[in-house]
Design a protein. Structure first.
Length: 397
């Protein structure tokens, strides 16, 4: 296999490298759960203008409008990562709602929401999970009933990331209470300013309130804010989940974590020798490196299918499962190798890299659960991907 870039792609690589060199100082830093800062919005606009974000999204919606090209996508990611630059907005609106609207939204919804979402002017949260409806999402009970031109929503969502900073929510509601559970769901768009919404923060083990409980009491949203047909929200929800799982399995993020682990091994010492010089540590890192490489090539296969509008099938399902576990194992390895300083956190004077490993370890545990747990991913891979028998359903009591 020849993995050298051809002349055309080498030129493109030079172009991105030059962009990174000339504009890199404008790149923002910061948390993905916060609202984008002005600097983050300006950086996003610059990336789009140059075709390094929203690359294949049509110009009419504010994207760059390029033809799909897998190698160019890979080069952009490689070069921005190499330069340590932000790769643009990656919130739930940009990564999940925009592709959903492009697939199944009305023309009016695309015109209204895609551009401001891409440019960080409108921030979204995802209202799927409920107490009692996480893995078994189709059991959700938050209801929406018709009243004139509106739906009226009542119920309770949980684990809603970024709800406290979001302008809008894409929400799953039950509109047909008597239909079989997968058929009575609709997918609505909802302003978080609407009267009747109450948001309560939930603090995760990282110590940060990244997600929330959201309560709805007689909350109105216009009927034209439905995405897809009434009662067919389950299919729309799965379109969004497909993109969520892809986003959670970003191989470049994993490759960056691995590089940080390698740097850590080169810099940390035991008995005067760099940890990297101990075969037992090097062996652990090599095993992780092999899995990261395999994941990078695997994700190219998925990307190729996406760009050709083909369903990657079981290959797509493996990405989220592998990536989230691998991210966690890389952090776990770093904490192990740091020995007695490994478990330090917060403001300890001995903590390394401001406790980045410890924070990332706890955060990455959440991502193994969010977007569908590993056990659920394995069930889906077995049943839909490999055609194994469906797991037995519990009898209704
Ligand atoms: C960091 C984070 C962010 C999140 N953000 C959002 C968000 O923005 N919006 C949103 O709507 N939700 C969000 N979630 C919720 C997430 O989607 C759910 O937590 C997830 O789907 C699991 O549901 P649950 O928590 O109710 O667990 P449960 O479904 O109760 O599962 C409990 C355990 O049982 C296992 N299990 C359940 N059913 C099966 C089965 N059939 N076979 C084998 N094992 C099974 C699960 O794997 C899990 O280990 C987030 C969660 C996390 C951790």
């Amino acid at each position: 296999m020849d993995l050298e870039y051809s002349a055309e792609y080498k030129d493109f690589q030079e172009e991105v490298r030059a962009f990174a060199k000339n504009h890199g100082h404008k790149s923002p830093r910061g948390s993905a759960v916060a609202r984008p800062t002005e600097q983050a919005r300006e950086w996003q606009a610059l990336l789009i203008e140059n075709g390094y974000a929203a690359r294949t999204i049509p110009k009419q919606y504010g994207g760059y409008g390029a033809e799909p090209d897998i190698l160019k996508n890979v080069i952009i990611a490689e070069e921005l990562n190499r330069a340590g630059l932000n790769r643009g907005l990656s919130n739930q609106g940009v990564t999940m709602l925009v592709p959903t609207l492009l697939e199944v939204g009305t023309q009016e919804q695309r015109d209204k929401w895609i551009r401001p979402t891409l440019y960080g002017e409108v921030m979204w949260c995802q209202g799927y999970s409920e107490p009692g409806a996480g893995s078994d999402l189709a059991s959700l009970r938050t209801s929406a009933t018709e009243d004139g031109d509106d739906f009226i929503i009542n119920g309770h969502k949980i684990w809603t990331s970024s709800a406290h900073v979001a302008d809008m929510m894409f929400i799953l509601v039950r509109t047909e209470p008597d239909a079989p559970k997968h058929h009575g769901i609709s997918y609505l768009l909802l302003s978080m300013d609407t009267p009747g919404i109450e948001i309560q923060p939930l603090v995760s083990m990282t110590g940060v309130a990244e997600f929330n409980e959201v309560f709805f009491t007689d909350v109105r949203t216009p009927q034209n804010q439905i995405v897809g047909k009434r009662g067919e929200g389950w299919q729309v929800a799965n379109t969004t989940l497909k993109h969520e799982r892809g986003m959670l399995g970003d191989p470049d993020r994993t490759a960056r974590q691995l590089q940080a682990l390698i740097d850590c091994l080169k810099n940390e010492k035991a008995n005067g020798r760099a940890l990297m010089d101990f075969p037992v540590y090097r062996d652990r890192v090599l095993r992780l490196q092999a899995r990261v490489k395999a994941m990078q090539y695997h994700s190219m296969r998925v990307l190729t299918c996406n760009l050709k509008d083909q369903d990657a099938g079981v290959a797509r399902l493996i990405v989220k499962l592998n990536a989230t576990i691998l991210n966690n194992e890389i952090c776990e390895t770093a904490i192990d190798l740091l020995g007695e300083t490994g478990t330090l956190f917060g403001d300890s004077e001995y903590v390394r890299r401001d406790g980045m490993w410890q924070y990332a370890y706890m955060y990455s545990l959440g991502l193994i659960i969010g977007g569908g747990t590993s056990q659920i991913q394995k069930n889906i891979i077995a049943e839909r991907g490999l055609g194994l028998p469906r797991e037995p359903k519990a009898k209704a009591s």
